[in-house]
Every structure is written in C-alpha cells, then in structure tokens.
Design a protein around this ligand. Structure first.
Ligand code: SAH
Ligand code: SF4
Length: 343
C-alpha cells in the first residue's frame, strides 16, 4: 500500500497530523517550511523535529514531489511544464513572467469532466482530481525553475477547481501561507465554469481570494452548447450568485468570455452580454479564443473583439482584453492537455 503524501495538507491539516502523533501544533510551521521553502526530500532532513516525530511521520507518509517530464519555453519567456505525479498521472502548469512578477497558472485536475466545446482539456475527459500538494507543487516548482518568487497564482490550468473544492481550497491556503509560498490572497485567483453552490461557499471563506467565472455567453442556448457541464446552473441563477458574491465579499469577480467567431460575438450575443453585466459589480475579461486542435471553432476577428469591448464599455461595464502569452508553445488558456510535447 502506498502511504499518503504529506504535501497534501495545509496548516490545519498538518496540525491534525501532529495532534495524532501527540505533538504540539506549532510544529506545523516547521513542517510547512521544510516542505515549501526548503523542498525537503525526506523526513530525515528535518533536523529540528524530534527523532520520534520524524520516524512517526516516516511510517505514515511519503514526500512525493512531482517529476518534471517536459518543459517548453516561449519566445515571450512563458514556460510550460508537464509534471508527472507518483501514480504516473500528468498535468501541466504555466509560468508567466512580467517584469519582477511571476504568475503561475496551475491545474486542479488531470483532465476535466465538464466537456466545454472550445477547451482542449475538456476533450479528453477527467483522469482524476489532484490533491492540494500536487497543485501547490506546480507553482513552487515552476517558480524554482524560473529562479523567481511566485507573486501570483491562478487556478486556470486543466480542470474545474470547484469540482475538486476541498483540495483546491487547501492548495490556496498552502499558496497563501507565509510559512509556505506566501502569496497574498488577493493575488490568488480561482476560475470556475460556474458551479453555483460552490460560488456561494467560496464567498464565505475567510480569505480574500479572487474569483473568476467563465461566462462565455449570456444566451442560455449558446452557453448550454458551449458548456454542457453546467447546464444545471442556468444563467439567472448564475447571475444571482455573482451578485451575492459581490455584495457579501465586497469584491468584484471577473467574468471571462472567450470570443468565438460567429458563436458569441454576434449582435444578439453582445446585447445579451451587456444586459447580463449591467448593474453587476464585475470586471469582464475578453479572451480571443485560442485555437484548439481538432475543433471547428475559431477566434473572433479583432474588429469583433473591439466591438464587444466598446459595447460593454459604453454600458459602463469595466472590461479588458486578455493579453495572450505563450501561444507558440500551446500554453495559452484552454490549450493545456495531458500529453507530452504540447500540440
Ligand atoms: N475550469 C475552469 C478553469 C480552467 S479554464 C474554468 O473553466 O473556468 C481557464 C480559462 O480558460 C477559462 O475561462 C476557460 O473558459 C478558458 N478557456 C478554455 N478554453 C479556451 C480557449 N480555447 N481559448 C481561450 N480561453 C479558453
Ligand atoms: Fe473544464 Fe474549464 Fe476546460 Fe470547461 S473550460 S472543459 S470547465 S477546464
């Protein structure tokens, strides 16, 4: 039997592990530092822990850092990583440098069950959910490789974070913990396809994590076609959840719209989008759809992107167009899949 990986625990989880061993809670801090700032490979290295605790942990857990299988470097400095976990499952993360900042986009699942029509990850289905340590390690290892501190982290790689809620939250807490990665909560963003009960739950978490919601269309029929996995959360319910989130947290969520030629950039679509967003405390992020192999869908022309931008702006909706990074190595949004060598 393989022992569980200790990296899956956030501070509260480590405190439980320590309590089971009859040890004081403050040692969680030492464990977090060994794991996340010193990248310990074994419990033996943890010389400031009592020998009896080290041998207790050794009998109950492993330390299983992911193995780097492939790395590609874009002409703009973006790096895409393919990681292999101890059971052979793989997932990708992307490091995006910008001046002295480093944003790491990480995966929350290997594959995804939601089946969105425009997404390379959705095409292959779900392999399995990742645990918190597997998520945080994608960020820590990318930062180590780039020789930078991760200043921002986004759960926008493979997978639907809210279909793996608890592990994702533990990962966000490891990323945020000053004794682990120390990334400010507001610099940690989760993107969801719109699982309404989880949006409400996320609003009640004590940390000020940032939320992005993939909207893609404010026309129900189009959204159902593009995002079959969230048909059971129709647009009026989603809109109410967005409004509740904004009013209860005082934070403005981002609505993401990947613009697809002839699908969600028509006049009817733009009108519906403007109507959906008007009066909501949101920021809209327009993403010209990135090409996905084997998909008949293609990105909107620049003129259409500008038309959507203008329509939203003139209705008073705060809107931006996402700058594309790493497209030459298929590292851009929605291009991540599980195979080696990109596509
Ligand atoms: N499952 C989550 C997070 C991962 S996807 C979600 O769907 O929100 C991260 C972002 O990339 C989402 O906004 C998603 O809709 C977007 N995306 C997926 N495929 C894309 C593509 N081909 N072009 C542009 N954006 C895409
Ligand atoms: Fe899954 Fe998000 Fe891709 Fe949809 S866009 S298939 S929810 S990863």
């Amino acid at each position: 039997m393989t022992l569980p990986d200790i990296s899956q625990f956030d501070r509260a989880g480590l405190e439980r592990v320590l309590a089971e061993a009859g040890e004081p809670r403050y040692r969680a801090r030492q464990l977090l530092r060994w794991l996340w700032t010193r990248h310990a490979q074994s419990f033996n290295e943890m010389t400031d822990l009592p020998a009896r605790l080290r041998s207790d942990l050794q009998g109950r857990f492993v330390i299983a850092w992911p193995e780097l299988v492939a790395r590609e470097i874009s002409s703009d400095g973006t790096r895409k990583y393919l990681w292999r976990f101890s059971d052979g499952v793989t997932a990708e993360s992307v490091g995006i440098p910008s001046g002295h900042r480093l944003t790491v986009c990480f995966s929350t699942q290997a594959g995804c069950a939601m089946g969105c029509a425009f997404c390379a990850t959705g095409a292959s289905g779900l392999t399995r959910s990742l645990h918190a340590g597997e998520m945080a390690a994608q960020v820590a290892e990318a930062a180590r490789d780039m020789g930078m501190r991760a200043s921002n982290a986004v759960a926008m790689g493979q997978g639907e974070p809210f279909a793996n809620y608890e592990a994702t939250l533990a990962a966000l807490r490891i990323l945020n913990d000053p004794d682990a990665l120390g990334i400010g909560a507001r610099h940690i963003t989760v993107s969801t396809c719109g699982i309404v009960p989880a949006i409400d739950r996320f609003a009640s978490e004590p940390e000020q994590f940032t939320l992005a919601i993939s909207l893609h269309s404010a026309v129900q029929e189009t959204r159902d076609r593009l995002m079959p996995g969230v048909r059971r959360y129709p647009l009026p319910r989603l809109r109410e959840a967005v409004a509740r989130y904004a009013s209860s947290t005082g934070r403005r969520p981002t609505l993401e719209v990947a613009l697809i030629s002839g699908v969600n950039d028509t006049f009817e679509e733009i009108d519906a989008l403007v109507e959906f967003c008007t009066g909501l405390a949101v920021h809209v992020n327009l993403i010209p759809m990135n090409p996905v192999e084997g998909s008949a869908l293609s990105r909107s022309a620049d003129a259409r992107v500008r038309a959507v931008l203008r329509a939203l702006a003139s209705a008073g909706v705060e809107t931006s167009v996402r700058a594309e990074r790493g497209a030459d190595i298929s590292a851009a949004c929605g291009q991540l899949r599980q195979r080696v060598g990109g596509s």
